[in-house]
Design a protein around this ligand. Sequence first.
Ligand code: SF4
Length: 375
Amino acid sequence: MSSTVSTPISFDYPLQDSAGLTCTAQAWAKVPPHLAGPEKAAVIERIKQLLIEKDAALVAHYYVDGDIQDLALATGGFVADSLEMARFGKNHSAKNLIVAGVRFMGETAKILSPEKRIFMPDLEATCSLDLGCDTNDFAKFRAQYPDRVVVVYANTSAAVKAQADWMVTSSCALAIVHQLKVEGKKILWAPDRHLGRYIQEQTGADMLLWNGACIVHDEFKAAELEILKAAHPNAQILVHPESPQAVVDLADVVGSTSAMIKAVVEGTAAEYIVATDKGILHRMRQLAPNKKLIEAPTAGNSATCKSCAHCPWMAMNGLQGILDCLENASGEIFVDEPIRTQALGCIERMLDFTANHPDLLAKAQHGFVKNIGAA
Ligand code: SF4
């Protein structure tokens, strides 16, 4: 019989507005001004020119500013979730990669492509899941359960990945954990407690969960979502599984960013309530211009809004930062070689699994998406 055991460890990222570059107030303070008009056009042209001159490619996450997403696509780069960003960066022939996202994405690119130089618009762009999973604390936790397979989410540091057997993203976590369960493995999971709980529920795997959370998804509110749904009874509710259980339970579709975009593009509904970072709406609007997209609520009577559905660290990515990478070689990512080689195994295992088992991925994805026929 499978069981989920929440660990007694509580390492949530503290949300207080204390000093320090990792707190959300400091992150918001570092969000660059939005460029406009001729100034913006000039910076974009210069970036385009330098990407060619420096043999560089721009890879962006769905949560970063729409201008950056557009620039990535216009220059032969890529906009994707973290799984496909990793794969694209590894396979691309460019000598230099500019990764517009958060730090663990740049580290993953460096781990996979040590021969490339990897740059980020702001090296202080991090993630509450990464911050909430300290390397040494995780090592102690892991040491208590040597019989368990260690599965970590992509949103962790290179040093935590170096301690893992598998890395997963929300696109493939369900398929991989399901396969591990079939093989009779017990799992130690970190760091997102909501995603871990959801995967456990879906697979029935025996999982021990680290107690981390994403500050963006953790704030979606079930009570307000029900009110919104009552006002839009025909809307489909799309929820990222980093959200709390009460929010996931209201979803028509639960899935990764890619799965949510697919649900909007291929779905027959005219309206969608979207519970993930609002940066994703840019790409959704481009791919499904006739669909009405509504942001899921983080405000209302039960609100404790720290992010308001937008990640402050993702927001730190700006056009000027990209230009600085190209002009001044600023924001380069380095990973110590012993850590890099240790972390490589868990990432390659994931990439090999997803490349070699499209059937299992599709099957798991079908399970991951509730009521897909109606979406
Ligand atoms: S949205 Fe959440 S999971 Fe993604 S980078 Fe920001 S804090 Fe981390």
